[in-house]
Design a protein around this ligand. Structure first.
Ligand code: GLN
Length: 235
């Protein structure tokens, strides 16, 4: 943090999973995005902590990397879920999202509800809340397991959608919107989940949790949060 305690500040190593624009992605070899800017701003305001070097993982490796001490904080548009809270802890929420069903914009497939995905090929990223929806559809018999593809990155899922290898991708609305702005894909419909993103930390890291929550409050109060949001999402 900005305090006067630089000599004694604890360095925390952040981890993320690029390929989730505009939250985290690579641009010209550089890791950039909303989460990158926000966590940096939050830690700058967090008394007693400073940010170490960003580490990159596949999304589904982030929680294991945190619990095995490879990283100390996850900043990856990670939804606070009961299931994850059995293993790790979260800061207060910093962003809200629902799920979107992304399709090609050529009109070849225009679903308007989840049951319309029946008989079609669907993809999502491994370990995500989007994948949870696909798994639910498989469990209830709407989606055949052989019609579901799990990807290490949503970038590959969207590529396969464009190629016609799959017909729909289930992913967070703000990221679906970003892909739709950049590629020949569009949001067919959204599915309300009321998800909230938090920074993930290890269970029992209570001092870090308090410092990050205070940092987050400071960043909101100072208007810095809004600046970062406007930078990545427009005003
Ligand atoms: N918010 C979703 C989740 O937590 C997706 C996050 C991501 O793919 N980076 O599962």
């Amino acid at each position: 943090g900005t305090g006067t305690t630089t000599e004694t500040a604890t360095t925390i190593t952040p981890g993320t999973a690029p390929g989730f624009p505009p939250f985290e992605m690579k641009e010209g070899g550089e890791l950039v995005g909303f989460d990158i800017d926000l966590l940096s701003a939050v830690v700058a305001e967090a008394e007693g902590y400073q940010l170490g070097e960003w580490q990159e993982f596949a999304f589904d490796s982030l929680v294991p990397s945190l619990t095995s001490n490879k990283i100390d904080v996850i900043a990856a548009a990670m939804t606070i879920t009961d299931k994850r809270e059995q293993t790790i802890d979260f800061t207060n929420p910093y962003y809200n999202a629902d799920q979107a069903i992304l399709v090609r914009e050529d009109g070849s497939f225009s679903p308007s509800k989840l049951s319309d995905l029946s008989g079609h090929k669907v993809g999502s990223q491994s370990g995500t809340t989007g994948e949870n929806i696909a798994k639910e559809l498989i469990k209830e018999g709407t989606l055949k397991e052989s019609n579901y593809n799990s990807y290490d990155s949503y970038v590959f899922a969207v590529q396969d959608l464009q190629n016609g290898n799959i017909d729909a991708v289930i992913l967070d609305v703000p990221v679906a919107q970003t892909f739709a702005d950049q590629r020949p894909v569009e949001i067919a419909f959204t599915h309300e989940t009321g998800e909230r993103y938090g920074f993930g930390i290890r269970n029992g890291d209570d001092d870090l949790q308090s410092a990050l929550n205070e940092g987050l409050a400071a960043v909101r109060d100072s208007g810095r949060y809004e600046e970062i949001r406007n930078k990545w999402f427009g005003s």
